[in-house]
Design a protein around this ligand. Structure first.
Ligand SMILES: [Zn+2]
Ligand SMILES: [Zn+2]
Length: 338
């Protein structure tokens, strides 16, 4: 079957024929992959700045944002049936399990070397078929199939938003999102759905399609970070400088989540954090509960906005999506079959 991945000998992103997975055993499920979303992680992988292939292999199938359909189930599979739609969770538990993995939260794994499908040491889903454990698959309601390639990035947002709102004292009313990529836009939608007034600041000019999409969703788009304080700040830019700027936008009791920032050197206002009871935390990956919340939110978000967030491309056009310049659109998605 065809697969897209990294050749570690030639150090290139290529399409290659790989062996089809065998029939599922035990609690395994055989999946036919329908769509693959790409993101900044894939760009970093393709630049060989992140990730590594499975042990002993010189090729890593990429693709960690997948929508797939169940085609066959192992004898011990309890809930999934052929025809069901799923989105895989991508991190796998460490062995022997750390306390987090032991309680079913590999997203909070302590291990120094992590295992993530399509990124760290495990093949991803950018292929025609894949096999997974039932426990690693989140169910996608049939009516959400057109948008469900957003499940994985939205699950990251769900975990971050739920943690921020849990940490914040009562009286949380406003949110500032930094970055107008898919994670930023999905963060804005999730915060809005919880009744917060949301501002979104990003580097794109006011007429850029991403800025237009934010406004169409009812989010106020800021081209300059005016002196505006927010109860929740979500950093989704990849820029450490943007994260430092975000710290200065925290209201008293404010909570800031760092999702994408690179390291940066600048002043951290510790005294100010203390005096005004502000919190800053980092978040990565998602819990099974965050995937359930992602499916629920996808069901409630405006479908026209979600449709405009996704731009579909053919299977092999990764030169356009991963190796090309960042697009006008938000979530570039490869269609494996339709
Ligand atoms: Zn991603
Ligand atoms: Zn672990």
């Amino acid at each position: 079957m065809r697969a897209v991945g990294l050749d570690y000998r030639e150090r290139r992103l290529i399409t290659r024929d790989v062996a089809e997975p065998e029939s599922p055993a035990g609690s395994q499920v055989l999946l036919r992959v329908r769509e693959i979303g790409v993101c900044g992680t894939d760009r970093e992988l393709a630049g060989f700045r992140l990730g590594f292939p499975p042990e002993g292999a010189d090729f890593l199938v990429i693709g960690h944002e997948a929508l797939a359909q169940v085609v066959e189930t192992g004898p011990a599979v309890k809930h999934l049936r052929p025809g069901d739609w799923v989105a895989p969770m991508i991190r796998r538990p460490c062995h022997p399990p750390c306390p987090s993995c032991a309680r079913g939260r590999p997203d909070l794994c302590f291990a120094p070397v992590l295992k993530e499908r399509g990124i760290f040491g495990l093949d991803g889903y950018f292929a025609e078929y894949a096999v997974d454990e039932e426990a690693d698959l989140a169910r996608v309601p049939e009516e959400l199939v057109d948008y469900a390639v957003l499940m994985e990035p939205l699950s990251v947002v769900e975990k971050a938003v739920a943690t921020a709102l849990r940490v914040h004292e009562p009286g949380c009313e406003t949110a500032l999102v930094l970055g107008a990529g898919p994670i930023g836009l999905l963060s804005a939608l999730a915060l809005q759905a919880r009744g917060l007034r949301v501002w979104l600041h990003s580097a794109e000019p006011a007429g850029h399609p991403r800025a237009q999409l934010a406004r169409a969703a009812g989010v106020e788009y800021l081209t300059v970070l005016a002196e505006r304080l927010a109860d929740v700040v979500i950093e989704a830019t990849g820029s450490g400088d943007a994260a430092l700027a975000g710290l200065r936008c925290l209201a008293p009791l404010g909570v800031m989540v760092v999702l994408g920032a690179d390291n940066a050197y600048g002043e951290i206002p510790f005294r100010d954090l203390i005096v005004h009871n502000r919190t800053v935390f980092g978040s990565v990956n998602a819990s099974p509960k965050a995937f359930v919340n992602a499916a629920s939110d996808l069901g409630h978000f405006d479908k026209e906005i979600l449709g405009r967030l996704i731009h579909r491309l053919p299977f092999g056009s990764f030169h356009e999506s991963i190796l090309g310049p960042p697009g006008r659109y938000s979530k570039l998605t490869h269609v494996i079959w339709d």
